[in-house]
Design a protein around this ligand. Structure first.
Ligand SMILES: *[C@@H]1O[C@H](CO)[C@@H](O)[C@H](O)[C@H]1NC(C)=O
Ligand SMILES: *[C@@H]1O[C@H](CO)[C@@H](O)[C@H](O)[C@H]1NC(C)=O
Ligand SMILES: *[C@@H]1O[C@H](CO)[C@@H](O)[C@H](O)[C@H]1NC(C)=O
Ligand SMILES: *[C@@H]1O[C@H](CO)[C@@H](O)[C@H](O)[C@H]1NC(C)=O
Ligand SMILES: *[C@@H]1O[C@H](CO)[C@@H](O)[C@H](O)[C@H]1NC(C)=O
Ligand SMILES: *[C@@H]1O[C@H](CO)[C@@H](O)[C@H](O)[C@H]1NC(C)=O
Length: 868
């Protein structure tokens, strides 16, 4: 009696807000104090409250544990007020209420701050008596925090009078079946009852629509977006198609008029009103509305059935709505609170909720209970498949998740959004909200997929071409070296091309650390070596042309090698810096919120771009040098190398273009497929054009005097011997006319070597060259002294040169080294050199051997006298 009085004090006057309710529950450790989830109007349900209190008091009498149950007045204390109150309790570590009733979407939010785990506190039997899926809502991270007090679930209400009228004995078990019934009944009824509609449910943009969606998905054996391990459940294309199909079905029903468009604004009250007025054949609503309808009375017969499924065995999906009871973890005596929880979630209490309000029991034992069966068919209860909303898997994000679901589905049903893309977008929104990694495994293309095979083939072809060219190069070594290009540089181009050609392979498959590093090394060194060897060839020409007198072949080669090695060391330093400081490592790239692939990237994007820019800059410099040298050297051999020049220029441009492409690729991350294909294409383009311009052109065809004579390297062609007067008596250079030998109008430069001194003379505009013995490298050359003067650098150079020649001649056999003497004469050097020997004889004994672009390969093998 005292307890009842206390209860009345607590609820009378009804609490107005959170504060009073918290104050009302003054901490009295004598009583176990329970606050219920707002369910009833205290005034209208006094009868029930008194009965419930009596039941609780009876239990208190048996156990000696006094209990106070507070029923907040539903009309002034909402579920939101309760959750606000629980939040405050958690912050204050309040023990005002030992047991807290809450909606089944709250445990995930309140478990951590306020609720006590129930396993080991409540008896396992008292937990196990509940249907397993009814415990899911109270289970967070595999720990049970709340047990059901009562539950509810969606069910199909139907006009049995209309079904019978059209020969349908049973309510539908599948959506297809239901569609058939609707078409039949509406077709027949609408002539007399035009306002009759087919199916009404809660499609407004609110939590009720989420409950519907959960049932629709369950009716196709799909889990409501999130499964119990908080992973997205509708991810496979098949599942997404099924889910989209369900939404499309209800959209179609709206189109067909089977669902009234107004239903897009309906909640529970609008739905039940429409059904009570006989305006619809079917209605989906919470099953407790059966009690409500019975209390109101309608002038047609109706029934309640499980909701249909996509197939017959998927019938009975029913969204779980429930009040759960949790124990405040700050309670004074958990054992005592748990005993009360066991009782309140037990058979007696649940039966009372069912008989009073039509709320469903969660204890299967009660499915056969006569009192319960007066309200619910035991078949309906046991055929129900409890369908949970994903509240307990969302931490405290459920309300937002639900908002995402109902607002977007509402758009689909209204015809404003596409079902398929909405399912995908809901997934993405939920994943973003909960931080779920929903991108699947990296979508890099494994080596056996078609694009990869294409790329591998391209690489294989390039490698094969390079190998073939290498073999050809070995075979035609002499021919190649006879050109302006020394073999080493051609090998360099081959090696560089080979490295570059392998680079696309690092884009195949999911990159590993090694692959990422190889990307830097192959691309960096490949292009630098190629470009530097390309540049070296023109650089060599430049060196010789720009300073004819100064350069000896070995000198030229030394400068070339120094430049090349400088470029390679620079590249090596860049690569080392990159790999050493912040190397490319495999990273996840997420695309369009939908999929991911693994790409290579440095931790610092700025550093990556800087290194890429530095490498590109180096390459561009080399290519720029190539272009400049090609332009600079273009006059060197107007006839012989025009096509080669054009090709080189073209390939430089291609290389620049391809370089740009590569940079764009590396910086913009377009995804693995374009990246791989563009990289392979660009590399193939560059490698092939470089190989064509620098190898094929060099190795191809027989070389003639004309195509090679520009540097005089291989002048072994037959030359008609002409004689010309050589006036050696004058001491005047301009008076010196060489002995015209060969028609070498194309020869601009001749570098002659005069053994044994090894001096090399570089001359422009050779007047004549005579061949010695066919097939050798020995020549006799004469030249116009006037031209010599024109093209040498300075008077001082010339003098020094003359002196050295004369000196050498004086020290050696005068007859074997005629030319120095001859020249010496012109320079006015000692008469000893001149003495008595006819100039023609001197000239006749001169042996000149050619060498320009290549090292001197063969010593002169014979001497030919011009005077013969
Ligand atoms: C309360 O109990 C009385 C007597 O047992 C019963 O007649 C009445 O229907 C009950 N009321 C409710 C709402 O359960
Ligand atoms: C459940 O796990 C999540 C993530 O691990 C955590 O944030 C949350 O606090 C946990 N909840 C409870 C009640 O333990
Ligand atoms: C529903 O899916 C589960 C597995 O996800 C499967 O075991 C079960 O057989 C399916 N049920 C039906 C009726 O298809
Ligand atoms: C949840 O879904 C993921 C992927 O969809 C699956 O790997 C996992 O096993 C599922 N967990 C459960 C408990 O069904
Ligand atoms: C049943 O009641 C509705 C309103 O509640 C009324 O419009 C309808 O005419 C009634 N039907 C019959 C057969 O009385
Ligand atoms: C807690 O309650 C139980 C059951 O009523 C009782 O046996 C126990 O002594 C209580 N413990 C404390 C510390 O009051």
């Amino acid at each position: 009696m005292i307890i009842s009085l206390l209860f009345l004090l607590l609820v009378w006057p009804p609490p107005l807000a959170v504060g009073p309710i918290l104050a009302a529950g003054a901490v009295d450790e004598t009583f176990v104090q329970v606050i219920m989830q707002p369910l009833v109007s205290v005034f209208e349900n006094l009868d029930f409250i008194l009965n419930y209190t009596a039941m609780v008091n009876a239990w208190s009498g048996r156990t000696g544990i006094p209990v106070v149950v507070l029923w907040p007045e539903k009309s002034i204390f909402t579920t939101n007020d309760l959750s606000g109150m629980i939040t405050i309790m958690a912050q204050q570590h309040s023990k005002t209420w030992d047991l807290i009733g809450m909606d089944n979407i709250w445990p995930a939010v309140f478990a951590e701050p306020l609720l006590h785990p129930l396993d080991g506190v409540m008896s396992s039997a008292s937990i196990a008596r509940h249907a397993p899926s009814s415990l899911d809502a109270g289970t967070v991270n595999d720990t049970l925090y709340a047990v059901p007090l009562y539950s509810d679930g969606g069910a199909l209400f139907y006009r049995s009078d209309l079904l019978t009228k059209y020969g349908f004995a049973q309510p539908p078990t599948t959506w297809d079946h239901m569609e058939l019934m609707l078409s039949t009944i509406l077709a027949g009824e609408r002539t007399t009852n035009p306002s009759l509609t087919g199916f009404i449910t809660q499609l407004s943009s609110y939590e009720g629509l989420t409950c519907n969606v959960a049932e629709w998905l369950a009716s196709a054996n799909l889990t409501m977006f999130l499964n119990s391990t908080s992973e997205l459940s509708i991810t496979s294309p098949a599942a997404q198609a099924t889910a989209a199909g369900l939404l499309s079905r209800f959209r179609r029903w709206i189109d067909l008029g089977l669902i009234p468009p107004a239903s897009l604004l309906y909640r529970e009250s609008e739905s039940s009103n429409a059904f009570m007025q006989g305006k619809t054949v079917f209605m989906r609503i919470w099953s407790r509305y059966a009690t409500f309808l019975r209390s109101r009375g309608v002038n047609f017969t109706w029934g309640v059935a499980p909701l249909p499924g996509e197939s017959e065995d998927l019938v009975g999906a029913s969204t779980f709505g429930a009040a759960l009871l949790g124990i405040n973890k700050y309670t004074a005596n958990v054992t005592r609170a748990a005993l009360v929880a066991e009782f309140l979630s037990g058979i007696e209490s649940q039966r009372m909720f069912t008989t009073a309000f039509g709320l469903r029991p969660t204890i299967p034992e009660l499915y056969q209970d006569p009192d319960v069966n007066r309200i619910y068919d035991s078949a309906l209860l046991s055929s129900t498949r409890i369908t949970n909303r994903p509240a307990s898997f969302c931490n405290d994000h459920y309300l937002t998740v639900s908002d995402v679901i109902y607002s977007r589905v509402n758009q689909v049903l209204a015809g404003f959004a596409d079902a398929q893309s909405t399912i995908a977008s809901i997934n993405i929104a939920i994943a973003d909200l909960l931080g779920i990694d929903h991108f699947g495994s990296p979508q890099n293309l494994p080596w056996y997929t078609l694009p990869s095979i294409v790329v591998e083939t391209i690489v294989a072809v390039l490698v094969a071409i390079i190998l073939v060219l290498a073999v050809l190069l070995v075979h035609h070594r002499d021919a190649a070296s006879a050109r302006r290009v020394p073999t080493e540089f051609l090998v360099g181009v081959l090696v560089g091309s080979m490295l570059g050609a392998l680079a696309p392979l690092t884009y195949v498959g999911t990159p590993t650390l090694l692959m990422c590093e190889m990307r830097v090394i192959l691309l960096g060194f490949g292009f630098t070596i190629t470009a530097s060897c390309m540049a070296a060839q023109d650089f060599r020409v430049y060196l010789i042309v720009s300073s004819p007198l100064r350069r000896v072949a070995s000198d030229v080669n030394r400068i070339l090698w120094q430049s090349l090695i400088a470029a390679w060391v620079l590249e090596g330093a860049l690569v080392g810096l990159w790999l050493g400081l912040d190397p490319l490592v495999p990273v996840d790239v997420k695309v369009d919120h939908t999929w991911r692939y693994t790409n290579c990237a440095s931790k610092s994007y700025a550093f990556q771009v800087a290194m890429l820019t530095a490498q590109t800059f180096l390459c561009c410099c080399l290519i720029g040098i190539c272009i400049w040298l090609a332009v600079r050297n273009r006059g060197v051999s107007p006839k012989a190398n025009t096509s080669g020049e054009a090709m080189s220029l073209a390939s430089y441009l291609i290389a620049v273009g391809a370089g740009g492409t590569l940079i764009i690729l590396c910086v913009t991350n377009p995804g693995p497929l374009p990246q791989m294909l563009v990289m392979a294409t660009a590399v193939a383009f560059v490698v092939l054009s470089v190989l064509w311009a620098y190898l094929v052109m060099q190795l191809r065809g027989s070389h003639t005097v004309e195509d090679s004579s520009w540097m005089g390297t291989t002048i072994h062609a037959s030359s008609s011997v002409l004689s010309a007067g050589l006036d050696s008596s004058t001491g005047d250079l301009s008076g010196l006319h060489g002995v015209a030998v060969a028609h070498m109008s194309e020869a601009h430069i001749l570098v002659v070597r005069m053994p044994p001194q090894g001096l090399i003379l570089s001359l422009r505009k050779i007047a004549s060259v005579s061949s010695c013995c066919p097939g050798t490298f020995s020549f006799t050359a004469t030249f116009a002294a006037g031209l010599l003067e024109v093209y040498t650098r300075s008077e001082a150079d010339l003098k020094e040169w003359h002196e050295r020649l004369a000196h050498a001649a004086a020290a050696s056999n005068p007859t074997a080294t005629a030319s120095p003497n001859l020249l010496g004469q012109q320079n006015g050097t000692p008469a000893a050199a001149r003495g008595g020997v006819p100039a023609t004889d001197l000239l006749a004994n001169t042996t000149l051997s050619m060498q320009v672009a290549t090292a001197f390969e063969q010593p002169p093998t014979c001497v030919r006298s011009l005077s013969d």
